[in-house]
Design a binder for this molecule. Sequence first.
Ligand code: NAP
Length: 273
Amino acid sequence: MTSTTIAVIGATGKTGRRVADLLEERGRDVRRLSRGTTPAFDWDRPEAWRQALDGIDRLYAAYVPDLATPEAAAAITRLTEIAGDAGVRHIVLLSGRGEDGARRSEDIVLASGIPATVVRASWFMQNFTEGMLRDSVLTGVLAVPAGGMREPFIDIDDIAEVAVEALTGTGHEGRVHEVTGPQSLTFTEVAALLSEIHGREVQYVPVSFDEFHAAVAATEGPEVATMLTELCREVFDGRNESPTSGVLEALGRPPRDARTVLTEAARVGAWAA
Ligand SMILES: NC(=O)c1ccc[n+]([C@@H]2O[C@H](COP(=O)([O-])OP(=O)(O)OC[C@H]3O[C@@H](n4cnc5c(N)ncnc54)[C@H](OP(=O)(O)O)[C@@H]3O)[C@@H](O)[C@H]2O)c1
């Protein structure tokens, strides 16, 4: 019998958890994969990937730390080869908007011979509620090297829904869904919105790339600092400022806006101790 199991790589993460939950809500058989699952999937242990993908029909992949890193293209190449051997019939790859490095991995999956879809997303709204900027909201200072740039922050529930549609619907093979939220906001505007919704002042402090690098290096180490700084340098040059119609085109409904998403996150205790 043909397998109908859908594997989710990064299933304990922000997008993967939502993709897996949504697939199960819709009655799909899901294999959640991360370093702690059985079978396990570790991006640093390709020798175990074949076993993790055995009997899988379709695959969602969120690469960590980021597709823009130099190691990503080789890992994605290897993944497509092993997925092909395992008989995987569709890959959905999460990518970052405006990242030249990520384009290499996008091209690799799209040319792999396995039907593939790229979900190319803007900055997540949930960076402020469960991601790398949650602590900054709690301390009241968003120190980001974004200057006065605008970003059309996206709700990752929308990303998950687009990914699930790509995995289970028709007509998504070979397509890139470039998805963003409905409106572009400056970090000053986001800080004002966060202050209002959180009920405590949150300030945007535009820092230089060097200042940002030093601050991240102090807590996350120099490698992560360099990766994030280069990413910021790339995506905050104006290329990503305009919203797209990607969510509307994929789902037939507009994306959720920042006020709605952040209000709901606050209601369920995103910034509770
Ligand atoms: N943040 C943004 O604004 C943004 C925007 C666009 C695109 N993206 C892309 O989003 C992707 C990250 O997705 P996400 O935010 O859903 O993930 P995430 O929340 O960062 O979670 C990472 C997931 O990967 C797993 N993981 C960590 N290290 C791993 C390893 N060495 N091998 C295998 N699994 C590992 C984690 O589980 P365990 O620790 O349990 O293994 C977890 O399930 C990145 O490729 C990034 O470029 C992010």
